[in-house]
Write a protein that binds this ligand. Structure first.
Ligand SMILES: Nc1nc2c(ncn2[C@@H]2O[C@H](COP(=O)(O)OP(=O)(O)O)[C@@H](O)[C@H]2O)c(=O)[nH]1
Ligand SMILES: [Mg+2]
Length: 234
């Protein structure tokens, strides 16, 4: 598939916190023939993230509540209140660790296999050395094992690069405002028996400094929140 079906509308939501050196490259590499709008949600950045995103033609929203999930929710709310509501929402990080040009691979199973949600799995793709920390790799392994045990669905990653239909997203009713965001979506999709699949995505060292997995505080808080979320909905 070289182009998306013309009657389908796709939006991209990018939560961003101090990513002035990365956001422009992320936006540049998104295949424009596949998407209808790009929403960057700036979360109190103290650098030029907002300006860079605007320069590259993105819609920029500002979320004051500090948190990855809060920013994603802000982007969703915006899109759901437009005249033309997208059929599919793609989530992508602002740090240029993902390969935005792989977006077609991530959305395609929604058309070709009628999937409700597609996770870009870094475990199935190629990871550049150092792009994921050891605690992050272990945490993802443990979290996906627990999800398998409690919910019976085999995920291999909690990767940020993912696509979901707006219909499924409405059914899921996302709540988490911080690090539990990715796993909440997967756990709820499993609970609701949504049609989900994974595609391999490649992953490289991010541009700039990590705020989550690259810090002890971020790793501990994210790990706790992820495990807590898995138990919460079980
Ligand atoms: N909105 C928002 N985004 C954040 C926050 N912390 C990190 N991010 C974004 O979430 C993505 C992943 O964060 P990152 O620091 O790369 O964490 P890592 O991938 O676990 O190392 C990047 O696009 C960040 O800009 C935050 O507090 N709020
Ligand atoms: Mg990252």
């Amino acid at each position: 598939m070289t182009n998306k079906p013309i009657d389908i509308s796709i939006a991209v939501v990018i939560p961003a916190f101090n990513e002035e050196n990365a956001i422009g490259m992320v936006l540049k590499d998104i295949p424009k023939n596949w998407i209808d709008s790009i929403v960057v949600v700036d979360n109190n950045s103290s650098d030029l993230t907002k300006e860079k995103a605007l320069q590259h033609g993105a819609i920029v929203l500002e979320e004051k509540y500090q948190g990855y999930g809060a920013s994603c929710l802000c982007g969703i709310n915006y899109l759901m209140n437009q005249d033309i509501i997208p059929d599919i929402i793609v989530f992508l990080d602002a740090d240029y660790a993902d390969f935005p040009e792989e977006l077609p691979n991530v959305v395609e199973p929604i058309f070709t296999q009628q999937m409700d949600m597609v996770i870009g799995s870094r475990a199935l793709g190629n990871r550049e050395l150092g792009s994921m920390t050891v605690p992050q790799l272990f945490g993802n392994w443990l979290a996906t094992r627990l999800v398998r045990l409690f919910y019976g669905v085999k995920y291999t990653d909690l990767g940020p690069f993912r696509a979901i239909t707006t219909k499924a997203l409405n059914a899921i009713q996302m709540e988490d405002k911080t690090y539990g965001w990715t796993v909440e979506m997967q756990v709820k999709a499993a609970r609701m028996n949504l049609k989900t699949t994974e595609v391999p995505v490649n992953y490289k060292n991010r541009v700039g400094v990590s705020k989550i997995s690259g810090t002890v505080k971020g790793t501990v808080l994210a790990g706790y929140k992820i495990i807590h979320t898995i138990f919460k909905y079980a």
